[in-house]
Write a protein that binds this ligand. Structure first.
Ligand code: SAH
Ligand code: SF4
Length: 433
């Protein structure tokens, strides 16, 4: 979602005549779009701001002005504290207020500004048309979270769950398709809790929304992220069998395999309900590739409980996954617990889990060698004459093909698994399975 928000901030500033630059030394405005999910991400912001302060001083010496903006969830959580810790910052703006960037930048000429209110108006009603669309684009359909997992800051930084109306999502999706986008990833902190108002004013489900997006000419592929196990409705599971454009890939965070830890995390599902849910999803779409998030070293987690996570991973089998050491976040219930796990134990558990997950990822990639599939070509490849794209199962593939194939679906056979991506060869049209 930060990638989406960053693109939209570029749209807002683009309307003011600003253009994006790859080099921070050239920038008249630097926006740090920040993440507060773990301590490490939040701390990076301050080290980056230290560097930007030096740059700002150098540019000032050359008679050039530099505005520094901190946006995103660190801005939301820390607000005015950022101004006192980082003297170079001109504007602090939360994730719900960035449509106001032009006026905030203007105000900051007189006085440094902090805008972390949840505004009454909806930012989406004030954002300009999207630029720089590419082949594959994110589209925010839902924001915020009402789940309050004991470790997580999202309900505090992104606020309560809000779904955009179906018509607003479809208008943005149509504009993306007209601009050449072929794949849309519907995003939200809790995307499968989507319940935006439909044409009749009644709430639509994510599956309803996908059906409508799939009908837009030009849209070949739909993905969605991130989902919560408790919101995998029957119609969403069915959509995986019934909507051909919906890709056979699901990111479904489980966090832990231990029921005691899951309860302490306030996840409101168990290892067993997750396993049975996966069985139902696989019954609807047998080839679905699975991905998940894991936290190791949640306060009080025993060795035996960690082993239950390892067992769940071994039983289910994931194509890919994100795994993290528990990081205490200010203001969350888990941060208050006295039974923190020592850093060394967390590191050991993370290494063991990542070894298992890596093995599964490699096994999945190796099993793909020899298979005929189809990639959506997204960009030029690493070497001249090559292009890069993804399979329906999200495997990154490099293949020899002209750049003119960017934006098309290309039948390929996977011929080799490298360290970070797969290599494919083109198949004649229609030969793909
Ligand atoms: N809404 C999604 C994910 C939100 S945050 C969900 O419910 O699953 C993305 C991931 O960051 C989480 O799935 C979790 O694995 C991780 N995460 C969140 N808070 C964390 C914390 N305090 N310490 C470590 N990892 C955390
Ligand atoms: Fe955080 Fe996801 Fe839990 Fe919401 S459901 S509190 S975003 S981990």
């Amino acid at each position: 979602m930060n990638a989406y928000d960053a693109a939209r901030m570029a749209d807002v500033l683009g309307q003011q005549g600003y253009a994006a630059t790859d080099s921070v030394e050239d920038a008249d405005v630097v926006v740090l779009n920040t993440c507060h999910i773990r301590e490490k991400a939040a701390e990076k912001v301050y080290s980056e701001l230290g560097r930007l302060r030096v740059l700002k001083g150098e540019r000032r010496a050359e008679g050039r002005d530099t505005r520094i903006v901190v946006a995103g969830c660190v801005a939301q959580a820390e607000g005015a504290e950022i101004l006192s810790r980082a003297p170079a910052v001109d504007v602090v703006v939360g994730p719900q207020g960035y449509h106001r960037l032009p006026e905030l930048l203007e105000q900051s000429r007189a006085k440094r500004v902090v805008d972390t209110e949840f505004p009454v108006e909806d930012k989406f009603d004030h954002l300009p048309a999207r630029r720089n669309k590419g082949v594959s684009a994110f589209l925010t359909v839902q924001e915020g979270c009402d789940k309050f997992c004991a470790f997580c800051v999202v309900p505090y930084t992104r606020g309560a769950e809000v779904s955009r109306p179906v018509a607003a999502v479809l208008a943005e999706a149509r504009a993306l398709a007209e601009g050449g986008v072929r794949e849309v990833t519907l995003i939200g902190q809790n995307v499968n809790a989507y319940h935006g108002a439909g044409a009749d004013g009644e709430p639509a489900t994510l599956a309803d929304l996908m059906g409508a997006v799939a009908a837009i000419p030009g849209i070949a592929r739909i993905r969605y992220t991130t989902s919560h196990p408790n919101d995998m409705g029957e119609d969403l599971i069915r959509a995986h069998a019934e909507i051909p454009a919906l890709m056979p890939y699901l990111h479904l965070p489980v966090q832990s395999g231990s029921d005691r830890v899951l309860a302490a995390m306030n996840r409101r599902h168990t290892g067993d309900t997750y396993r049975r849910l996966i069985d139902r999803i696989r019954a609807a779409r047998p080839d679905i590739a699975l991905s998940s998030d894991f936290i190791v070293g949640f306060p009080g987690e025993t060795d035996a409980e960690f082993e239950e996570t390892m067992r769940l991973v071994a039983d289910i089998g994931f194509e890919s996954a994100f795994s993290f050491k528990y990081s205490p976040r200010p203001g969350t219930p888990a941060a208050e617990r006295p039974d923190a796990i020592p850093e060394a134990v967390k590191s050991e558990r993370l290494a063991a889990l990542q070894t298992l997950l890596d093995r599964q990822r490699h096994a999945y990639q190796n099993a793909a060698v020899g298979q005929a599939t189809e990639i959506l070509v997204e960009k030029a490849g690493r070497h001249p004459g090559q292009v890069a794209g993804k399979t329906p199962h999200m495997l990154a593939v490099q293949v020899d093909a002209p750049e003119a194939s960017i934006g098309t679906l290309l039948p390929v056979r996977i011929v080799e698994a490298g360290a970070n991506s797969l290599f494919g060869e083109r198949l004649p049209e229609k030969a793909a399975a």
